[in-house]
Ligand binder design. Structure first.
Ligand code: ATP
Ligand code: MG
Length: 351
């Protein structure tokens, strides 16, 4: 009896949300808000196939891990590429979060990318069930983000939410409370980081790691010209002789290196807007574009998108958490937002 009581004590029934992205995984737990926000990485031991570390602990090892470990990503371009890895990562992260208590019959709202196929949606549902979900439903990232940002989707005739993620750029257009359409393009912050790595290799003949490139991008990168002049010294490995070398990199150089993927992001948004019916044009022009997602934090992103689309841009106060905060609001008010949720069997919750 005592051991049964002890095992029941180790089971947890919660209302939560999961946003497993290309670069980061976030979880909300009702009552605790955003309870987890960690890199989407898993360290796997080659020798026995066991998971050695997940999230920030695995990311720390990226580019500097011992030879028996491999650092892998379960999500690519917003969708689950390796189901077992996704399950291992989520299990590990939730185990840390819930102090080893197992989930029992959790209600889970999962953020999935716009345009995911039924098979891709099913993978999100299945992974949520595997970690203890009983009632699982999905909401598209830019829809969750619009709700998370508190946008007036019920009132506006034409309202555009643009989510700029790590592996995707997703646009949703709403009219009078309904989702008119949503589009996803496979380009995002990861492409900007990779452009920095290849730019430094081509221009300075130096190999830099992903951590260095990411720090440069987030710390000094910009999407649009400004008066700011900044230079930072970085360390990498010479392409010529493999020896460590220092190099100064300026903010304008960085922008030049990222120009290709920056233009792809801005043009993807422009192409999405071309699909909007003409009747929404006046309202879209009046509201402008609402930007969110981690990549919206790149300095000058709003100016670049304004320049390309001719529309003003507002950036949410907490852009990287818009989706997960939206998932919390959606799952907390299914009467209001149930129409935006689906299960992969395409049943809709109506609240
Ligand atoms: N200050 C910053 N400046 C520029 N980029 C940033 C900044 N902070 C975070 N990012 C970028 O935001 C991206 C992550 O955004 P986000 O967490 O919204 O994406 P994700 O959910 O992992 O990806 P996706 O939804 O596309 O699968 C990363 O590429 C990261 O480098
Ligand atoms: Mg995301």
């Amino acid at each position: 009896m005592k051991s049964l009581f002890r095992s029941v004590k180790n089971l947890l029934s919660v209302d939560m949300g999961i946003d497993m992205g290309t670069t980061r995984t976030r979880v909300f737990v009702r009552g605790s808000g955003v309870a987890l926000d960690e890199p989407s990485f898993v360290a796997v031991n080659y020798r026995d196939g066991e998971t050695e570390a997940v999230g920030k602990e695995a990311y720390k090892l990226f580019g500097r891990c011992p030879p028996h470990l491999e650092i892998l990503k379960p999500v690519e371009r917003g969708v689950i590429e390796n189901f077992e890895l996704a399950e291992a990562m989520l299990n590990g992260l939730l185990e840390n979060l819930f102090k080893k208590k197992a989930l029992l019959g959790a209600r889970i709202c999962v953020v999935s990318p716009t345009g995911a196929t039924d098979v891709e949606k099913k993978a999100f549902e299945d992974v949520a069930i595997q970690v203890g979900g009983r009632e699982v439903f999905l909401v598209e990232a830019p829809v969750a983000a619009a709700v998370g940002m508190g946008l007036p989707i019920d009132k506006a005739r034409g309202l555009v939410c643009v989510y700029l993620g790590g592996g995707t750029t997703q646009t949703a257009v709403f009219s009078e409370g309904e989702l008119m359409f949503s589009v996803s393009e496979p380009v995002g912050g990861e492409d900007l980081t990779e452009a920095v790595i290849s730019g430094i290799r081509k221009k300075h003949r130096i190999l830099v790691g992903a951590h260095t490139a990411e720090q440069l991008k987030t710390g000094m990168g910009s999407a649009y010209p400004s008066d700011r002049d900044e230079t930072r010294e970085i360390y990498g490995k010479s392409v010529m002789d493999g020896l460590p070398r220092a190099q100064f990199i300026s903010n304008w150089e960085l922008r030049e290196m990222m120009e290709g993927p920056l233009n792809r992001i801005a043009n993807a948004i422009k192409a999405s807007l071309e699909k909007a019916p003409p009747d929404l044009a006046a309202d879209i022009k009046r509201h402008g574009l609402y930007l969110c997602g981690g990549t919206a934090q790149l300095e000058g992103m709003g100016s670049l998108i304004s320049h390309v689309t001719g529309l003003s841009c507002s950036i949410s106060g907490n852009p990287q958490h818009a989706c997960i905060q939206g998932a919390e609001k959606v799952s907390g008010d299914m009467r209001k937002y149930g129409r935006f949720t689906t299960t992969p069997g395409s049943r809709q919750f109506t609240g």
